[in-house]
Structure formats: C-alpha cells, structure tokens
Ligand binder design. Structure first.
Ligand SMILES: C[S@@+](CC[C@H](N)C(=O)[O-])C[C@H]1O[C@@H](n2cnc3c(N)ncnc32)[C@H](O)[C@@H]1O
Length: 324
C-alpha cells in the first residue's frame, strides 16, 4: 500500500476522520514543547497531529495501536515531525507495561477508545452491520478469536450475557436463542447473516426503532472479541505507573461501561477517606494519587456533533498524577 496523503481514500478533512473532542483534549492536556507523549490509540493520527503542533525537537512521541493499518498513518505523521517518533504495534495495556519496564516516564498519555473510521469503513474487517463481510471484528488481525468463532461456539447464556452487558441489548436472550437455532442449521459466516438473525429475533416494532436493530449486538461482540474492557482496566493501571509526577492521563470513551471504568479508576485514587464516620480519626491512610481535572466528563458541543455525528456519545475525563 502506498504511503501518500490518500491512504485508501484517507483525507484529514473527511468528517469520518475528524478527531473527537480534539480542542478539549488539547486544552486539558496542555502539552509542553519537550514533553514525552503517548497516544495509546493512534488510529489515523487525528489527535496526534493536533498534539504534535505544540511539540518541539526535544519531545518524544510514542504512538500505539493494535491495528497494523495504523502504522501506515503513523509513518505519514512521523515523517513531518522535528521530534523523535516511535510506533508500537499491540495492545496499549501491554505496550505501556513494556515502556514502564524500559524506564520511560511520560508527561502525557491519552486514549481515544473504541473502533476507528478506518476500521468501520473497511467492509472486509467485519465491524459494520451495513456491509456484507466475514464476521471478524478483530482490531488486530492476529488476535485470538473472531466474532464468527464466538457466535458459532459460545453457549446461549454466554452470548446473552455479552449482548446484555456490553450492548445493553433489551432482547439479548431472544437473540442468543435465535442464533443457536440458526447455527445448528448452518454456521454463521457473515455479518448480514447475523443482522438477519437479530431482526428475526426481535419484535417487529423494535426493527424500526431508533438506530439500526443490530447496532447493540455488533458493539457487544466487538467489545468481547477485542477484550476491550479488560484492556482498558489494565491500560489505566499501567498508564498511571508510567506517568511522571504532574503528568496527565486523558481518556475519551464512547459508552457508559467504558466511562464507568474510567470514572471509578480516578475516584479510587483521589484519596477519599473510607473510614466509618463514627471513628474519631482516620485509620485507612487514604493517600491522593491523582487530582481529577474534569469534575464532570466533558462532552462534545452541538456544533461538533452536527459536523461529526460519531462524536455524539463521547466523554472525556482527565486526571493529573500527584507527586508522592
Ligand atoms: C477511535 S480510534 C482512534 C482515532 C485516533 N484518535 C484519531 O484521531 O485518528 C481507536 C483506535 O484505537 C485502537 N485500539 C482500540 N483498543 C486498543 C487497545 N487495547 N490497544 C491498542 N489499540 C487499541 C483501534 O485499533 C483504533 O485504531
């Protein structure tokens, strides 16, 4: 594939590639010219290009992504920068752990979670319910399990749990049951086979409700295939160890499960005393590790949502690591 300014139709002005909450992220991270910055979810590099404008030649920029396609965008990005750039292909949870073991200290770490336009818009990746494609959904094509394997092999109860907990799907049990009936006749191979099974399982009015009827099932499967919530929990822990005192950690999430993990992670580190109220003095030795900069999550403006509907559910939370 070519390394030019039109990777598979890529244009940085295309709304599908506009980085979400970019102004807000920049203001809250407040990059300094010689910072060490880690972009844990490099994607097409939209946020990276904005952050890079603030950096000078002594900075170090590390981009991470588990999707090897992001490396092509990273190479395009890196060739224009006056500072050192490094790309790590892999899960950010592991990449951050390795960087920590190698003695790196970061000033800024940010994560822009979920799936990217470059993944959604490529039918062959199987992320989208709008195209017929093999049921894959792995962000890293070398990943262990595809959506096809989960759909064909998991027991009905486990499928229902995934649809309910990761997709908040109201008809989780009915859909799981239907999938099990269909796969006994013919194994699932494609995205549209799954869309048909979802449509057949839910009541007729729900087929014509808000949004695509298979949207929640696809989201849930993607989260399960890529083990996204466990990666986030582990990634946050590792990011905190890697941050220098005064360094900042920012997370943009796209659904309530992710946001809850981030919120609880920060809340557990603000040093709130957990002693029973009737104790005369604190014995829990609560110690603040972070200062939360966003008391409430930052949401996109109406203008941003109008320009880029994919920003709709985004929430940004930022915390600063305190010196111990
Ligand atoms: C929403 S996109 C990021 C878009 C990027 N900020 C931009 O402006 O172009 C999310 C990216 O994170 C990657 N990703 C998601 N989970 C990951 C993980 N656990 N480790 C590494 N990369 C991950 C995906 O492959 C995808 O490229």
């Amino acid at each position: 594939m070519q390394l030019n300014n039109s990777i598979q139709g890529f244009s940085s002005n295309d709304p599908a590639h506009l980085p979400v909450l970019a102004d807000e992220l920049l203001n809250l991270l407040d990059p300094q010219p010689d910072d060490t910055v880690i972009d844990c979810t490099f994607g097409a590099g939209g946020h990276a290009r904005r952050v890079a404008r603030e950096l000078h030649q002594d900075a170090l920029f590390i981009g991470v992504d588990r999707d090897p396609v992001a490396k092509r965008y990273f190479d395009l990005f890196a060739q224009h920068q006056p500072f050192r750039c490094r790309f790590i292909h892999g899960n950010f949870a592991h990449a951050l752990e390795d960087l920590n073991q190698n003695g790196i200290e970061a000033d800024l770490i940010y994560l822009d979670l979920g799936v990217s336009s470059m993944q959604l818009d490529r039918p062959e990746r199987g992320f989208s319910y709008s195209y017929n494609a093999p049921l894959d959904m792995r962000m890293d094509p070398a990943g262990k399990r595809t959506a096809r394997e989960l759909i064909n092999e998991l027991p009905a109860a486990e499928l229902a749990r995934i649809f309910k907990s990761y997709g908040e799907e109201r008809y989780a049990r009915q859909i799981a049951k239907r999938i099990c009936i269909e796969r006994d006749k013919k194994p699932f191979e494609t995205t549209l086979q799954l869309v048909d099974a979802v449509k057949a399982a839910i009541p007729t009015p729900a087929r014509f409700g808000a949004g695509h009827p298979a949207r929640r099932v696809f989201q849930a499967l993607r989260i399960a295939v890529n083990d996204e919530l466990a990666s986030l929990e582990q990634g946050l822990e590792n990011a905190m160890s890697l941050l220098a005192p005064g360094g900042r950690l920012a997370v943009i999430s796209f659904h309530s499960l992710e946001d809850r993990i981030v919120k609880q992670f920060f809340a557990a580190r603000v040093g709130k005393c957990t002693c029973p109220p009737d104790l005369p003095q604190c014995v829990c030795e609560a110690r603040a590790e972070v200062r939360v900069i966003t008391r409430r999550p930052v949401a996109p403006s109406e203008d941003e949502i109008a320009e880029n509907p994919r920003a709709q559910s985004a929430k940004l939370r930022v915390a600063e690591k305190l010196a111990q």
